[in-house]
Design a binder for this molecule. Sequence first.
Ligand SMILES: O=C(O)CCC(=O)C(=O)O
Ligand SMILES: [Fe+2]
Length: 342
Amino acid sequence: MEKPAVQESGLLIPLIDFSKFLHGDPSQRVETAKAILTGFQTAGFIYLSNIPTPPSTLTHVFDMSAKFFQLDTATKASLAWTVPEANRGYSAPRREKVTQLTDSAAVDALRSSFPDMKESFEIGRQDEPWHHPNHWPPETPGNQLTGFKQTMLDFCAQLKALHTDVMRAIAVGMALPDESYFDRFVCDGDNTLRLLHYPAVSRDLFQLNPGQVRAGEHSDYGSITFLFQDGRGGLQVKSPEGKFVDAAPIEGTCVVNAGDLLARWSNDTIKSTVHRVVEPPGKEGDGEGGTYPARYSIAYFCNPNFKDWIEAIPGTYATDADKKYEGINSGEYLLQRLTATY
Ligand SMILES: O=C(O)CCC(=O)C(=O)O
Ligand SMILES: [Fe+2]
């Protein structure tokens, strides 16, 4: 096993070569699957290297994302995120305040004090049957967005397949009789691609407002999230000792974290760990008038099929009395969570 990606304050996030699961011999596959499951059970986070998506694709997707956020405010506003049921479109800075709070008055108070300094664009399943189509920006040579839609759809297709593969690794790690156990739960691709832009920000802002963050602490909602970050840094994961620990970008890897619904599905044998984005570590803000440069990241939030009923995975409980949660419909669960934060 490689050197851990993060090891601090009781938080050990492993770095795992995913090609050994995809293409390794039988013993490498099992060993890798176990390492993945252990990472989700202990840290709730892992880093994967050697995923099938090549670095050139990621560079292109990041490039398109940056061009998207350069669109003028009116064009972005015309693509606005509207309702949780759709969960598609553009959110301007200040719109979403991710938090653990579920009381909407408390969320409003928090939003007005320390807005998250970010804008985002969400893309959902394109073949959706619910009449909530994606919002696509105009593609012109002038705005350099030619091919944006196809690039994002191709990327979603690759990550949908990767979701299936990581769930297969979890099934192997759990020693479920069938490694395809989760396939039928993830085949619809009810997932969301989120492009994120954290604009450049003055270092003073963080010094003047000790509570200021780029994205507030939260856990993700679904099964797993794939997170691609640029080189800026600022992502932090909460350790078992309650300290926020840097989860620094490592080139050629993506971060994968388990979400709340997978924790629930696994009868709490898998952890959905709180994380946030803060001012970047190091001295970057010391130059050029004390400004931190913009940060870009891309998250792909995976969910079990919205139509599916989610109850404890076989092997995560001995008797029915050990089941910690009632069954729940995946789509309703996600909608409840989105309704609380927007
Ligand atoms: O931008 C990041 O690195 C993290 C974003 C995140 O955690 C989220 O959008 O759920
Ligand atoms: Fe997150």
